[in-house]
Write a protein that binds this ligand. Structure first.
Ligand SMILES: Cc1cc2nc3c(=O)[nH]c(=O)nc-3n(C[C@H](O)[C@H](O)[C@H](O)COP(=O)(O)O)c2cc1C
Length: 319
């Protein structure tokens, strides 16, 4: 049987949720007052944010209790998606650093079920901005998904929208990124539809001219920011994973090994003058200092939350 990291992660999540119910104090940390970041009308009590990769309320609640200033739900698409066949998640060692190779492929309940679930989510009670990550197979789908979300959340105001235009694990995950004119059209429609803050999440696999084109477009709209960025594509061979242990030819690498490329992207977007959330490989105060120096104001984390969530209160206390 091929090995698969996913059941181990799910098992870990269940244990974590159980421990947090029995002894919530273990995960309860105060965020120092002085580290709040304001972006437009959103107030992030800590600049550390949970990147889009999970939607389980109990787990997201634990990470918020540990000191994240915000959390973004896993990307939602129009219909129910099962994602790619397992095995689709592997722990890797990339350039001597721990990481994850995933080709999960955006499994999810579909927009209708998702919107019903988040309307009454207890995560709103934290009073921290929640990110709603939107995927789509076409520009029209991004627009119609967003319309559904705005309608469902008409009584809420502490959230931002994130367009995931950088998923390496679905056929159309890059559609808007590869066609900046279409991205421009979608952003125009969304801006006419809502004053909500909109983030656009880009890929470290896109080249400089494309990234800078996207950056110029995003910057031409009010109340936007860039999230740089998503996982970095590698084949199983490049990632050092045996073919039998992965159902797809490759997937997205996350964790510290993608940090240098992410830093280059932050540098680029900083020169365009955009507000930036830096996501990719962040797990230490040194990482945060380096991206802050390049101009990022928010710091997204995914892999570090799985490998060592206690880095959140640790970094908060050193900011
Ligand atoms: C298992 C897994 C699932 C992910 N799913 C999503 C997703 O649904 N939407 C998204 O925008 N990014 C997704 N990501 C990417 C993360 O949000 C993040 O951009 C990336 O992992 C780099 O950050 P990290 O090095 O801190 O993990 C996923 C990452 C992992 C590891």
């Amino acid at each position: 049987m091929p090995q698969d990291l996913e059941p181990a992660v799910n098992f870990g999540d269940k244990n974590l949720a159980l421990i947090s119910k029995i002894a919530p104090i273990i995960f309860n940390y105060r965020i120092p007052k002085k580290i709040e970041v304001e972006l437009y009308d959103l107030k992030f009590p800590s600049p550390l944010t949970g990147a889009s990769f999970k939607s389980e309320t109990d787990i997201l609640a634990i990470w918020l209790s540990m000191g994240l200033g915000s959390i973004t739900f896993k990307t939602i698409t129009k219909g129910i998606r099962l994602g790619n066949e397992p095995p689709r998640l592997q722990e890797i060692n990339s350039n001597g650093k721990p990481g994850i190779l995933n080709s999960v492929g955006l499994p999810g309940p579909g927009i209708d079920i998702f919107t019903k679930r988040i309307q009454n989510s207890t995560l709103w009670d934290y009073g921290r901005p929640l990110g709603i990550s939107i995927g789509g197979d076409s520009g029209e789908e991004y627009v119609s998904n967003t319309k559904n979300i705005i309608h469902a959340l008409k009584d809420k105001d502490n959230y931002f929208l994130e367009l995931n235009i950088s998923c390496p694990n679905t056929i159309n995950g890059h559609t808007l990124a590869d066609d900046p004119d279409q991205l421009d059209t979608v952003l125009k429609e969304l801006r006419n539809m809502t004053p909500r803050v909109i983030s656009v999440k880009v890929s470290p696999d896109s080249d400089y001219p494309l990234l800078s084109n996207i950056g110029e477009i995003v910057g031409s709209f009010s109340r936007t920011f860039i999230n740089a960025g998503n996982t970095q594509y590698k084949t199983v061979n490049e990632a050092g994973v045996k073919k039998k242990n992965f159902s797809m030819p490759g997937g997205g690498v996350s964790g510290p090994s993608i940090f240098p490329r992410m830093l280059e992207m932050v540098h680029l977007f900083s020169s365009i003058g955009l507000p930036i959330m830096a996501t990719g490989g962040i797990s230490t105060i040194e990482h945060v200092k380096a991206v802050k120096e390049q101009g990022a104001i928010l710091y997204g984390m995914a892999t570090a939350l799985v490998l060592d969530p206690f880095c959140v209160p640790k970094i908060n206390s050193m900011l």
